[in-house]
Design a protein around this ligand. Structure first.
Ligand code: GLU
Length: 518
């Protein structure tokens, strides 16, 4: 059963221009969960004539991975979700890379200190580690907050002079948010409704470090405010940060945007979150595009390179957490924009179904123009045949078999007989199709075929079918060996289509070939 929250109304769509952002950190390739987050942002923005912004959150330089930013941009473009503002594109609210906005954040950290909402903390890593271990040994968890902050090394515990002296001496510090004691916060989430949080369980999160870099929390809310973001749509893993973010908006005297935390994407078993590592283990890609790790050179599969159409990917991602409330499953991007509704996103985890992704791809394969598919297939055909095969011919072959295909990589197995004569005949099928009288029948068919001047599908059909009926032979006795002669197996589209495609001479040659083996 899906859990759907209809309760929460969305306010800002009525009063302000909708502005949403996708804010990935360039720490590696974008997981499909990230692409789903981008998609829901994109759909929401476009549905409400709003802006979709790409902001790169690269304040954690230790986790920066070369090439990840470009990968994110390429992935969004491949999916057909171009952003209106962002890195490489510009806009009125730039720069859109947090590392380039570095100077901007300090003043807000200072404001928070001045208003008594934040404080300097000088605790060394060793000291904090000591407290952590000490608590663990007593079966407790160390939380840096109201209940012990006065026993630690910070500007709340030290005098103003002591604090200034430490700052003047250039001691390492962080700026922490001062989480209130004994308060209940009422948070709102479009998908989850009202959430109550007891502030006593919150820790005093680090907002700023003495290396001049803000942490995710500070940079994120400052940027969302300055970029006039109206709706924050992001993964469930950020829900625990919501209380702090609300409090930061309040402390800075800003209106908070509305929030929607999307459900987790679960493994196909339904147990546990689908992780970056699952792809290789479970046999399907978890990334939109192929990714080569710049350090190890390990290659991870991508949907694009595995032969998926972006339309299929967008369609299956849309259903990870959302449904239209009807039976309709096939949605183009435009249809999604029209029907997408954030209040129909459910909060229960969405199970990933790799078979369903194939079902979608099969559908979008049928919608593709044969010429486009032929272009993608041509390199394989040319390589297998060692020739430069006419694109129009490949396109016709593709048109005859694509209803049986899910990927372009399925094409060769389904079409090889259009390009090369069979060199062997399926054993089981031969037993079924080749009878005593087969050779004599095929010999007569060959004579008949030879006599057809205008070699069209219609003429072939009329002549051969007419001949079968007037001689009262039985269709199977003729059509089965004929198909085996042409294809090498009892597969493929209509026999007359195949004969027309390969032409008169080749048809005759293949019938003769099989007769020689009988
Ligand atoms: N930088 C965060 C991420 O990598 C963004 C979270 C958010 O959207 O607030 O997912």
């Amino acid at each position: 059963m899906l859990e759907i929250a209809f309760s929460t109304e969305i306010k800002n769509i009525m009063t302000k221009k909708v502005r949403v952002r996708f804010a990935p950190s360039p720490t590696g390739p974008l997981h499909i969960g990230g692409v789903r987050t981008a998609l829901f942002n994109y759909l929401f923005a476009k549905k409400h004539d709003g802006d979709f912004i790409l902001r790169i959150e690269d304040t954690d330089q230790n986790r920066y991975v070369e090439g990840a930013e470009q990968y994110i941009i390429d992935a969004l473009n491949w999916c057909g979700m171009p952003f209106d503002e962002g890195v490489g594109k510009g806009g009125d609210f730039g720069p859109y890379r947090q590392s380039e906005r570095k100077e901007l954040y300090k003043q807000y950290a200072d404001d928070l200190i001045a208003s008594g909402n934040a404080y300097y903390a000088f605790d060394t890593a060793e000291n904090l580690d000591f407290h952590r271990k000490d608590h663990e040994a007593k079966g407790k968890t160390f939380i840096y907050n109201w209940h012990n902050r006065l026993k630690l090394s910070n500007s709340l515990a030290l005098s103003a002079e002591e604090t200034q002296a430490k700052l003047d001496a250039g001691e390492d510090y962080v700026i922490r948010f001062k989480s209130p004691q004994d308060e209940t916060l009422h948070l709102k989430d479009i998908i989850r409704g009202d959430i109550k949080i007891d502030t006593n369980i919150l820790d005093d999160k680090v907002l700023y470090k003495s290396d001049g870099m803000p942490t995710y929390h500070l940079a994120n809310i400052v940027d969302d405010h300055l970029m006039q973001i109206t709706h924050v749509i992001r993964g469930e893993e950020w829900l625990p940060s919501l209380a702090l973010h609300y409090q930061l908006y309040q402390a800075l005297g800003w209106d908070a945007p509305e929030f929607a935390h999307l459900p987790l994407i679960l493994k196909p078993t339904g147990k546990g979150k689908l992780s970056k590592r699952d792809g290789d283990k479970l046999g399907f890609p978890v990334f939109p595009l192929e990714w080569t790790d710049p350090k190890t050179n390990d290659v991870s599969r991508g949907y694009k390179e595995d032969g998926y159409f972006p339309e299929a990917m967008v369609n299956f991602l849309a259903f990870l957490g959302w449904n239209p409330g009807t039976e309709q499953e096939l949605f183009s991007l435009d249809e999604l924009i029209k029907d997408f509704d954030l209040t129909r996103v459910h909060k229960a985890g969405a199970r990933f179904d790799p078979d369903k992704t194939k079902w979608f791809n099969h559908h979008y394969m049928q919608e593709q123009h044969n010429d486009i598919l032929a272009e993608a297939f041509k390199p394989t055909v040319d390589e297998k045949t060692g020739a430069d095969i006419d694109l129009q011919y490949i396109s016709m072959a593709v048109g005859l078999i694509k209803e049986r295909a899910t990927f372009v990589s399925d094409f060769w197995d389904l079409t090889h007989y259009f390009f090369t004569a069979p060199t062997s005949y399926d054993e089981k099928a031969s037993k079924k199709a080749f009878k005593e009288e087969t050779k004599a029948i095929l010999s007569e068919v060959n004579t008949l075929v030879n006599g057809i001047e205008d070699f069209t599908v219609e003429n072939l059909q009329t002549e051969i079918k007419g001949w079968i009926t007037s001689n009262d032979i039985g269709f199977g006795k003729v059509m089965m060996p004929l198909r085996l002669a042409l294809v090498g197996a009892l597969q493929g589209p209509d026999v007359f289509d195949i004969m027309y495609m390969i032409g008169k001479n080749e048809s005759i040659k293949r019938i003769e070939n099989v007769m020689a083996t009988l």
